[in-house]
Design a protein around this ligand. Structure first.
Ligand SMILES: [Zn+2]
Ligand SMILES: [Zn+2]
Length: 86
């Protein structure tokens, strides 16, 4: 009693002030808040995975008409899709 131990300070744990990982938009120079990840399906050795590039609302390009089958592509993949490459 009366002999309180000080709480140990955790070392090596990154604590964000808001308690949330906040990754910026992957588009260079943007830094916007990420709301989407690129759904572009990768081929070849990474087949079965998606691009997963983090994008803010203004850089996520929606592909597709209905909300059921729409996907979101990063600017690079959206352009490839628009050009008919993918
Ligand atoms: Zn952005
Ligand atoms: Zn992509």
């Amino acid at each position: 009693m009366g002999n309180e131990k000080p709480h140990p300070t955790p070392i090596g744990i990154f604590v964000c002030s808001r308690g949330q990982r906040r990754e910026p938009c992957s588009v260079e120079g943007c830094g916007g808040r990420v709301v989407k990840l690129c759904d572009f399906p990768l081929v070849g050795r990474k087949s079965g995975q998606t691009c997963n590039r983090a994008m803010c609302a203004s850089h996520a390009k929606r592909i597709g008409v209905t909300s059921d089958d729409s996907v979101d592509y990063c600017p690079v993949h959206a352009k490839m899709h628009a050009d008919g490459i993918a």
